[in-house]
Design a protein around this ligand. Structure first.
Ligand code: TMP
Length: 209
């Protein structure tokens, strides 16, 4: 990735690891803490036009070749970052932006589907987050949490999720070696304990100094 974007944190993990729930708990905690910087929670795939196409492919309502989907994730990200009012603009004006999934999801998931080279080249120009929180959990336990959903998405099966976790761990090793901020959160704990760990990590970001 290309430089570090200050005030930008991302949540990553297997499907069912609880990143979306934790982002909303972080928002509640943040609001009640009376902290100053504006807090902007966001997510990828986005709810924009390209994100909509991706969501329909994830639900298996539309079919794209894996390489097309890799390009759609990158195009959605480009809009999310660079459009007016987007992530870059907000971080630069001193907001704390926390995003549920980002480049590492593409390197991991599309890496499995298309090989490393395509997602790496599609994402190489995007900035790195200041902090990456990885929600670590056994994929079997994570998938059990999704069982009461009416339907599962295309990547939500055990064999795939085992590869996802392995790939995240090797990616995190490379990120740490490169000097990026990485925190591993034990996502198998109850949600209140996970939320405490998330808060402990996020509240150490330089924006709060
Ligand atoms: P979600 O379940 O967190 O909403 O994410 C949707 C799915 O999209 C999840 O299975 C991970 C996958 N994904 C990718 O494959 N590549 C990406 O770049 C992103 C952002 C998500």
């Amino acid at each position: 990735m290309n430089g570090i974007l200050r005030n930008f944190a991302v949540f990553e993990g297997c499907d069912g690891s609880g990143t979306s729930t934790q982002l909303s708990l972080l928002g509640q905690k943040y609001a009640s803490s009376g902290r100053k910087p504006v807090f902007y929670p966001t997510f990828e795939p986005t709810d924009g036009a390209i994100g909509g196409l991706i969501r329909s492919a994830l639900k298996n309502d539309t079919f794209f070749k894996a390489e097309t989907l890799a390009r759609l994730f990158a195009a959605d990200r480009n809009e999310h970052l660079y459009a007016a009012g987007g992530v870059i603009e907000r971080c630069r004006r001193g907001e704390l932006v926390v995003c549920d999934r980002y480049v590492p999801s593409s390197l991991v998931y599309q890496g499995i589907e298309c090989g490393d080279e395509l997602p790496r080249s599609l994402n190489s120009a995007f900035p790195a987050p200041e902090l990456l929180l990885f929600f670590d959990i056994d994929p079997k336990t994570a998938l059990e949490r999704l069982q009461n959903r009416s339907s599962l998405e295309i990547y939500e099966y055990l064999e795939f999720q085992k590869k996802v976790r392995e790939r995240y761990h090797s990616l995190l090793g490379r990120y740490k070696d490169a000097g990026f901020g990485v925190e591993i959160i034990d996502a198998s704990q109850n949600r209140e304990k996970v939320a405490e760990d998330v808060w402990a990590a996020v509240s150490k970001m330089p924006i709060f100094e």
